[in-house]
Design a protein around this ligand. Structure first.
Ligand code: NAG
Ligand code: NAG
Ligand code: NAG
Ligand code: NAG
Ligand code: NAG
Length: 473
């Protein structure tokens, strides 16, 4: 056990150093230079569902394989891992298939698993986590590379941890119901996967995600009671939640984060999402410049968009002819309103939820998330809502980790409070001691370094400089 922990800690540390170097050198295109030795999803037959899959039940396993995973595509992770292609459901109710990756620690608890919804925030399938996690993958999505290190914490705690490509086969980023069903059907597929030797047909599950990953988590929590009520979900954890997509997109327009609007618009207009409704309108209103820029989001990942299109205004007539009235066009408005969490009473989570958000979040509006919490509480949900008063969007993911781990443990133990509670925390750095002795010191160090980013989340360039200093210190 000790030897395993030791070597695994070294792997994580090496991965961390390499990740920091990659972050520091991240410039548009920079992540694409590493060699690639496995096929990308669009060329990999594993992603193609077999004939007749439409008649299978949601969550049915269509294909399975063993995979080698790695940090950044080349630092091999010694963990056992599998991938499943499973049947799930598009926005219009038709059958689609997507992939989930299952990580199994050395001494797994077999009565439960964690569903980890990484924030891949992209509308190109090369950014799928199932691809990004594999040994030999060209590294295209740096967010899920960073979150892969957080995922290690759940493995260290003995949880089987699964990470679905919840945006589905077309990377339909932003489509809440599609992501929610993608998460729930991944849980069904994993529960059905005999190789894991799970001790129950309905294992206990906790689902969690931050930022883009909270879209998947919030919608899975909302759809669980009606779409997959048989799943024994013990709790949900979502931070930095984009509860209202209109609010999020207007908030980020013409800011350092405006690049995230592109995969959202492209993702929402995929055929498996709202393409039938949105594509005709986009074709009518996009300018040549707008169309050209949007097209880049079909082949590149979120962070690259972010670095390339900082301070872009999608809500200007330069980009599309409706200007700042774009979200009020009746069809766009009705699609956007279906993607607001907490509006439909039938979509209220029944398992306990931990929601956390930075009051000064500069990417995802706090007020929208807080309204979602109020509405869920009004409709009878059990929600613990923590406001972080001294962090920005990126730092709060790290600062909140001890609370997140505590909630995971409490949810599995069935000891979370019922009803709604709210509190405010003032920390602006992660206290490593708060993570407890069962997590590796090395891992704690790396999280602490990430937390060094400070409160200046909104300045990407400045953060890269801070990281350079930390790494070369
Ligand atoms: C995949 O892994 C399982 C269990 O870990 C093993 O029994 C099986 O032989 C492996 N299959 C292949 C093709 O390597
Ligand atoms: C969502 O945000 C939009 C724009 O910021 C706002 O007009 C609308 O009232 C919000 N809706 C909800 C349900 O929060
Ligand atoms: C949602 O966030 C947007 C952007 O900050 C804000 O304009 C809007 O008022 C918020 N809506 C609600 C209902 O809080
Ligand atoms: C319904 O969804 C399927 C699966 O994504 C898609 O191929 C089809 O175009 C959609 N049909 C309509 C009318 O939206
Ligand atoms: C509310 O949610 C339920 C369950 O997802 C769905 O069947 C119903 O159509 C939704 N209502 C509206 C008005 O969207």
């Amino acid at each position: 056990m000790a030897a395993f922990l030791h070597s695994s800690a070294r792997v994580v540390m090496m991965a961390f150093m390499a990740l920091m170097l990659a972050v520091v050198s991240a410039r548009p295109g920079a992540m694409r230079t590493l060699p690639r030795s496995i096929p990308v999803p669009s060329e990999d037959p594993f992603y193609q569902p077999p004939a007749g899959f439409e008649s299978k039940a949601p969550g049915a396993i269509l294909r399975q394989r063993n995979v080698s995973t790695a940090f950044l595509g080349f630092i091999e992770d010694p963990v056992t891992a599998y991938q499943l292609l499973y049947r799930t459901t598009a926005i219009n109710g038709s059958a689609i298939a997507t992939v989930t990756t299952i990580f199994v620690p050395s001494f797994p608890k077999t009565d439960r698993f964690v569903s980890f919804h990484t924030a891949y925030d992209s509308s190109a399938t090369i950014c799928n986590p199932s691809y990004n996690y594999r040994l030999g993958a060209e590294q295209a999505d740096i967010i899920s590379s960073a979150e892969q290190l957080i995922l290690q914490m759940y493995l260290q705690l003995g949880y089987i941890t699964v990470s679905p490509d919840y945006e589905g086969p077309e990377a339909a980023f932003g489509a809440g119901h599609l992501a929610g069903m993608g998460v729930l059907d991944s849980m069904r597929a994993v529960s059905n996967f005999k190789t894991l030797g799970l001790s129950s047909v309905e294992p206990m599950i906790v689902g969690l995600g931050y930022s883009g990953g909270a879209i998947a988590t919030g919608w899975a929590a909302s759809l669980h009671p009606t779409y997959a009520p048989e799943l024994d979900i013990k709790g949900w954890i979502q931070g930095g939640t984009p509860a209202n997509l209109t609010g999020t997109l207007s908030f980020s327009d013409d800011t350092p984060f405006s690049g995230f609007m592109l995969p959202a618009i492209v993702g929402m207009s995929m055929p498996s999402a709202y393409g039938a409704k949105l594509t005709p309108i986009l074709n009518r209103i996009l300018t040549d410049k707008g169309r050209k820029i949007l097209d880049t989001a079909r082949t590149t990942c979120g962070v690259e968009e972010l670095l390339t299109y900082s301070d872009l205004s999608v809500l200007s007539t330069d980009f599309q002819t409706l200007g700042d009235r774009m979200f009020y066009e009746p069809t766009i408005r009705s699609v956007m309103s279906k993607n607001m969490l907490g509006v439909n009473k039938t979509e209220t989570p029944t398992a306990p939820v931990f929601v956390y958000h930075a009051t000064q979040d500069e990417v995802i509006p706090y007020s929208n998330a807080s309204l979602m919490v109020d509405s869920w509480c009004h409709n009878g949900a059990s929600v613990k809502f923590t406001s972080f008063a001294n962090g920005g969007h990126a730092t709060t993911e790290m600062i909140a980790l001890p609370d997140v781990i505590d909630f995971v443990k409490a949810a599995f133990a069935g000891t979370t409070a019922s009803g709604c509670t709210k509190n405010t925390e003032l920390d602006n750095l992660l206290n490593p001691l708060a993570l407890g002795v069962d997590l590796e010191p090395i891992l704690v160090n790396l999280i602490q370094v990430l937390a060094h980013l400070g409160k200046r989340d909104s300045n990407v360039e400045q953060n890269l400089e801070v990281l350079t200093d930390v790494v070369t210190e």
